[in-house]
Design a protein around this ligand. Structure first.
Ligand code: SF4
Ligand code: F3S
Length: 105
């Protein structure tokens, strides 16, 4: 599976959802996640993300905590299939460290 990681938080550009052939993104208040049982590992979402927040689970950047978070919330959050406006400070916050502290459901 592919995994959404911390730099999505408070950016949520949503370019990823437009290209996913199986519509396996789910939307929380300030982050998206990928459902690990639905992702078909095509990889097309990776270059679409302006925050470079998506990694295959084989990549060290996709730490186990992120895979867990994607799995947990994909079951709870609503599906998202259409691009929407990024969050208000998306460009300013793109790349800042420690965004997990700002994660909200
Ligand atoms: Fe969707 Fe492919 Fe990205 Fe998986 S890797 S989330 S199937 S676009
Ligand atoms: Fe998040 Fe990147 Fe998609 S910032 S919403 S994973 S395009």
């Amino acid at each position: 599976t592919y995994v959404v990681t911390d730099n999505c938080i408070k950016c949520k550009f949503t370019d990823c959802v437009e290209v996913c052939p199986v519509d396996c993104f789910y939307e929380g208040e300030n982050m998206l996640v990928i459902h690990p049982d639905e992702c078909i590992d095509c990889g097309v979402c990776v270059p679409e993300c302006p925050a470079e927040a998506i990694f295959p689970d084989s990549d060290p950047a996709a730490e186990p905590q992120w895979l867990r978070l994607n799995r947990d919330y994909a079951d709870q959050w609503p599906n998202i299939t259409c691009k929407k406006e990024p969050m208000p400070d998306a460009d300013a916050l793109n790349g800042l460290p420690g965004k997990l502290a700002d994660f909200s459901t």
